[in-house]
Every structure is written in structure tokens, then in C-alpha cells.
Design a protein around this ligand. Structure first.
Ligand code: SF4
Length: 476
């Protein structure tokens, strides 16, 4: 390609590299940066030419450098995928990558703009590294106003929702409430065939991502909301069904991952959505997140009718004491009921579990283990409590934070504050829960590999249980 022929106003990028996150690299379920694609299509609708550097499948930041040289953009915009929960955690390796990307763009003379959870929470660090502007919270409208000012040679300091080296007290812009007005994400910028080939090779099907909402109105006190705060906006079922149809006609995915915090919170949303998909004959198997207390007979049946294959529930703990301490707002019985209803409707269930919340003792841990045994989820995801800036939980433990305040990657599992037990306890517990989970799973769904692994899992379970009990005795 002749680099001289490329004329691009804006090069978009993001700093989450699957390559730098060993656990998720191993799982290999890549999705393009949806939030970045939304921003790209939004500014393109306002007349700018755009290109995309997709870090998700890139080898390193060097590829960003190559695209900067090819496109010579006036604006280099590192716009994180705010729908990717990992971008909330500020993984150190990704922050390092963002800093390096800023320097690479600055050294080539581009105006550098950042948007994302970490850049919102710690904008001065990004400005210190050379960024010209940080978009605080939801970025699209702020970005278009900023680009308008800069392109007209005007001062941008007063743009709402913007931090810059000259802004003394940046303010937040109200969110976009009519999400149906947004253009569909700029999928044409993505190498869709590369994703398809990775998915097919590894999993035998091709999954694409979508979102139907922005934000969440609940108050779980460890859950950070740097982008949308407590607000919650939803697309209409008609608008989402139209995008499903569009995706099906253009890319024929075998599966969709709805990356919302909660799919279908509004009354009758899922029912209407299911009806529209069926009427248009565009039912595609999908995976989504739900709160346990929102699953009832009607929603479970409607989810199945819409094509839902898997629902992940933020179960967190089997101890009501811990759910209450988290301000989770639901009950252990809700989790049991939701898992049963979903299973009864032929939907697989995933549980997110969280260990190490302040006050969680061995007794509480055992209640969680019991819940997993009795509810028999089809998959589990385990983490330890992670103090995210801006949360009540962070405020509660901030005096106990050690020197290390972030994980390096998503497999770190370090306790960042003085929890009930040390980090090593939780790493052993992580293994123990998986050993037991796999042992039960193979009894429910026998497979040759699972059966061959039974001795290993039982031995791992026994050894890790002994190690955990030793920790428990030490603490007691
Ligand atoms: S329901 Fe989920 S997204 Fe909403 S506050 Fe709780 S953990 Fe966060």
C-alpha cells in the first residue's frame, strides 16, 4: 500500500492487548473494541475520516506505530472499549501500553486524546505522559465538540467533559440518553475475517459483540462506574433487533455476546426483543449478563425464546452477610431460583464469584462452595475483591492498600488490601473451587477428557483443601 495515498483525520486505538493478558490469551475469546467502534462511527457521521488500530489481536504497541506512520493522523485517539469490564481495572500492563502509545503519537506530531475509565480516574497522569486531552466519562459528544473547536482553530478549554493541562476543574457532561440515535458501531474498520478465523479455529463458531444499554442503576459498592455513574440508558428492542438483523446479513455470526452490565432491565424489554427477533427470523444464540433477582419465569422463558444460550450471573457469594456488606441488593435464594429457572428453560448458567470481601471468613467461603455445588452452574469465573477508585469499598479499605494498587493482568488475583486471608490463600482457593467444579461437572456431563482428569482433580481438591485449612488455623 502506498502510505502517501492515505488521508485520515483520526486514528483510533485502544490499549487492551489480549497478547499482554496471559489468562485471556489462553482462553482466546477475542472481541473487537466496541466502545471504540461506536466513537469511530459517531465522529465519522460528523464528517471526519477515521481509521482503527485494533490492539485486541495486535502483537505489541509497535503496530500502533506502523499505523501512525501510514495514516499520519492529525488526531491520535486512544479510546478504550468502555464496554470491556477489564478496562475498568486499570491493568498495569495495559496502562503502560497506553503511556507508550501516547509517546509514540506525540513524537509523530499528532494531537493525542484519551478516553476510558483509567484516563477518567487518573487524567493528570495521562496528561503528564503527554496526552493533550482526556475525555471524562462517556466520550462521543465531548469528542465531537472538541474536534470542532480544534479544527476551527478555537480554544477548547471550556468544552464540558474535558480535562487538559489548562483546565483547572474539569466537569462531567450529561450522558447520551437517546441511544437509538447513535449510528451502529463502525464494523467496517475491523478485520472481521481475522476474528472469525480465530473463533472458528479455537471454538468452532464465530461470536460477535453488541450492547443494548449503557450503565447500571444498582449500587454494589465495589463496582466502579467511572464512565456512566449511576445512570442507565437503554436502546429500544426495535433498534437492537435491527442491528442483530444487520449483523446477520453482513457477517453471519453464529453467536452474540451482549456485553451489557444487565440485559433487559426495563419491564418487558426481553419479551418484546424476543418477539421482534422471531418475527424477523434473526434469532441467534447469545450470551448475556443478568442479576439473579431479575430472573423470573417470564424473563427466563423470554430469554430462551430470544435465543439465549448462556446467562452469567454476578452471584459473588453464597453468604447473605457478604451480599449485604457489598450492598448487592439481592438474596442468596435469588441466585438459587435464577439458576433453576434458567436451567429449566434450557439456558446455561455462569456464576461470577468473588472472594476476599472484608468480613468474609472461612464459614462464608464454605457457603459459597455449597452454593456452587447445589446450583450446579455450567461455568464459573473467580476473582478476589478489587478496590476500584471511586467506590465505597475503595474508600473503606484505602488505608490498607499496599504499594501495589493494581493488577498486572487479569490473572494476578493479588489482594491489594489487608483482606481476611493473604493472597496465597486466594490463589489456592481459586484452584480448589475449580478442582471441585470440574469433578462435579464431569459427573453431570461426562467427556473423555473430563474422565481422564478425575484423579488429578480429586487430588488437587484434597491437597488444596488441606492447605486452606492450614491457613484458616493460622488466622484463627
Ligand atoms: S448490578 Fe452489576 S453492574 Fe450493576 S452495580 Fe451491581 S455489579 Fe455493578
Amino acid at each position: 500500500m502506498n502510505a502517501e495515498l492515505i488521508v485520515t483525520d483520526i486514528l483510533f486505538g485502544q490499549s487492551y492487548y489480549l497478547r499482554f493478558d496471559p489468562k485471556l490469551w489462553e482462553a482466546m475469546q477475542p472481541y473487537p473494541p466496541l466502545g471504540t467502534l461506536y466513537a469511530a462511527s459517531y465522529v465519522r457521521e460528523h464528517g471526519y475520516t477515521v481509521a482503527l488500530f485494533d490492539a485486541m489481536l495486535a502483537e505489541s504497541e509497535d503496530e500502533w506505530g506502523i499505523l501512525l506512520d501510514e495514516h499520519k493522523p492529525q488526531y491520535a485517539i486512544i479510546y478504550e472499549d468502555n464496554f470491556n469490564y477489564l478496562s475498568k481495572m486499570c491493568l498495569l500492563r495495559m496502562r503502560e501500553a497506553a503511556f507508550r502509545m501516547i509517546q509514540m503519537a506525540k513524537s509523530r506530531g499528532a494531537i493525542v486524546i484519551l478516553c476510558g475509565a483509567d484516563a477518567t480516574d487518573h487524567y493528570s497522569e495521562y496528561l503528564d505522559k503527554g496526552a493533550d486531552y482526556c475525555l471524562l466519562g462517556e466520550g462521543e459528544e465531548t469528542l465531537v465538540e472538541l474536534l470542532g473547536k480544534l479544527s476551527a482553530g478555537k480554544e477548547a478549554g471550556q468544552v464540558i467533559g474535558l480535562a487538559s493541562p489548562t483546565t483547572l476543574r474539569p466537569s462531567r457532561r450529561p450522558d447520551i440518553s437517546d441511544l437509538d440515535k447513535l449510528p451502529f458501531p463502525a464494523w467496517d474498520l475491523v478485520d472481521v475475517e481475522k476474528y472469525r478465523s480465530v473463533w472458528l479455529k479455537r471454538h468452532g463458531y464465530f461470536s460477535m459483540n453488541m450492547v443494548t444499554t449503557r450503565g447500571c442503576p444498582y449500587h454494589c459498592n465495589w463496582c466502579a462506574k467511572p464512565i456512566w455513574g449511576q445512570r442507565y440508558n437503554s436502546r429500544s428492542p426495535e433498534n437492537v433487533a435491527a442491528e442483530v438483523k444487520w449483523l446477520k446479513e453482513n457477517f453471519a455470526p453464529d453467536h452474540i455476546w451482549f456485553a451489557d452490565d444487565i440485559l433487559g432491565l426495563k419491564p418487558n424489554w426481553i419479551e418484546k426483543f424476543a418477539m421482534l427477533l422471531n418475527a424477523a427470523d434473526v434469532v441467534i444464540p447469545f450470551k448475556c449478563l443478568q442479576r439473579a433477582d431479575l430472573v423470573n419465569e417470564k424473563t427466563a422463558a423470554a430469554l430462551a425464546n430470544a435465543g439465549c444460550k448462556t446467562v452469567w450471573i454476578g452471584a459473588e457469594s453464597g453468604s447473605q452477610k457478604i451480599l449485604d456488606a457489598m450492598d448487592k441488593g439481592d438474596h442468596v435464594e435469588d441466585i438459587y431460583r435464577a439458576a433453576k429457572l434458567l436451567h429449566d428453560n434450557g439456558i446455561e448458567v455462569g456464576f461470577f464469584l468473588q472472594f476476599g470481601y472484608p468480613g468474609e471468613m472461612w464459614d462464608d467461603v464454605r457457603k459459597t462452595l455449597k452454593m456452587v455445588r447445589e446450583c450446579a452452574p455450567d461455568d464459573i469465573g473467580i476473582s478476589v475483591s478489587y478496590p476500584l477508585p471511586g467506590t465505597k469499598f475503595f474508600e473503606r479499605v484505602k488505608l490498607e492498600l499496599g504499594e501495589k494498587q493494581n493488577w498486572v493482568d487479569s490473572d494476578d488475583l493479588a489482594m491489594l488490601y489487608r483482606g481476611p486471608f493473604p493472597t496465597e490463600f486466594y490463589r489456592v482457593l481459586h484452584g480448589r473451587v475449580h478442582y471441585e467444579f470440574r469433578s462435579w461437572k464431569v459427573l453431570r456431563r461426562p467427556s473423555l477428557r473430563g474422565l481422564l482428569n478425575i484423579p488429578r482433580n480429586i487430588l488437587g481438591l484434597a491437597v488444596s483443601e488441606l492447605r486452606l485449612r492450614k491457613y484458616v488455623r493460622t488466622v484463627a
